[in-house]
Design a protein around this ligand. Structure first.
Ligand code: ATP
Length: 134
């Protein structure tokens, strides 16, 4: 079975490094499925899940946007924050979700709704990945 090397990297360091058979990401332009030998490309990502297919199992990594760089034999994902599913703290994500929802409901003049919306999306993404609802 052909494989492609995948690295997920953040400013805090590497988060994921493995050979996989397929990697799927949520690009700004839509879902992208990358197989070994893919033509080179770079694409911006949405907040979402990276799915990494290895044999019969699929691993999930939460990413908070960033970029994917594809080469025929390796894929690099650069994100401001990323967590493998097993490292997601569900309580923290729930608390973050509630905080963002409270902010969005306040609707005060100084509330940065775009920032709160992004925080909410990150929290929901982490919760969905942790609960395997992706
Ligand atoms: P919070 O409000 O909980 O800080 P956030 O979405 O604002 O959430 P980020 O700024 O995206 O957090 O991430 C800051 C750092 O904390 C990153 O290193 C990220 O991987 C980590 N992190 C954030 N939320 C979680 C979580 N629920 N579980 C594990 N790590 C997390």
């Amino acid at each position: 079975m052909k494989t492609v090397q995948v690295n997920v990297v953040t400013p805090d360091g590497p988060v994921y490094d493995a050979e996989v058979e397929m990697v799927s990401v949520k690009a700004q332009s839509g879902e992208l499925g990358i197989l070994p030998g893919h033509v080179p490309m770079v694409a911006p990502l949405k907040i979402g899940a990276v799915r990494l297919k290895k044999g019969s199992s699929t691993e999930l990594v939460a990413v908070s946007g960033g970029f994917i760089e594809v080469r025929p034999d390796n894929v690099t994902i650069l994100a401001q924050a990323a967590e493998a599913a097993e490292n997601i703290d569900l309580d923290r994500a729930q608390a973050s979700k509630e905080r963002a929802e409270r902010r969005l409901n306040q609707k005060t003049a100084d509330m940065d709704s775009h920032r709160a919306q992004l925080a909410l999306s990150r929290a929901i993404n982490r919760i969905d990945i942790k609960n395997n609802r992706i």
